[in-house]
Design a protein around this ligand. Structure first.
Ligand SMILES: [Zn+2]
Length: 149
């Protein structure tokens, strides 16, 4: 499967250093816009539809028509290897914002899609499984919200 990378200078919530704007943050996505260009930066136009996002992420809620789309994706700090979260905002099918965030209940309220890495992330921190018998639990969003501050 072809992998693209979101890249941006990201401030690590653990060590406070700013990452380089390159693939060292390992912010992989399965969203593919062009078979030649697989680096996605703020300002880039995404030549895709909502189906590609739905295929690549867990849906928290459907975006309103013609409004921005918020994706929560993971990245690794290249300095201390911590696993962190970023908010990616897509507006008119362009990347409007890529910013480091801390996962929280208010942030989850803004989000439409989240990386499936969330399953492992919650499991390793709380022991709660969002996955059962090979599928996401039906009240996924509700349980996730209950695990965040
Ligand atoms: Zn760091």
């Amino acid at each position: 499967m072809i992998v693209s990378y979101f890249v941006a200078p990201l401030i690590c919530p653990n060590c406070g250093k700013v990452s380089p704007e390159d693939t060292s943050t390992n912010m992989q996505t399965h969203i593919v816009t062009d078979f030649n260009i697989n680096i996605l930066r703020v300002g880039d136009k995404l030549n895709i539809g909502i189906e590609e996002i739905e295929d690549s992420y867990i849906k928290i809620k459907a975006p309103e028509p013609n409004s921005s789309i918020v994706i929560l994706e993971t990245w690794d700090c290249p300095y201390d290897s911590t696993e962190n979260w970023a908010k990616i905002v897509i507006e008119d099918w362009s990347i409007k914002e890529i910013v480091a965030v801390e996962l929280s209940k208010p942030l989850l309220e803004q989000a439409h899609f989240i990386s499936d890495f969330i399953v492992e992330w919650i499991k390793s921190r709380t022991g709660t499984s969002l996955f059962m018998e090979g599928a996401l639990i039906s009240n996924f969003s509700e349980v996730l919200r209950g695990q965040l501050k």
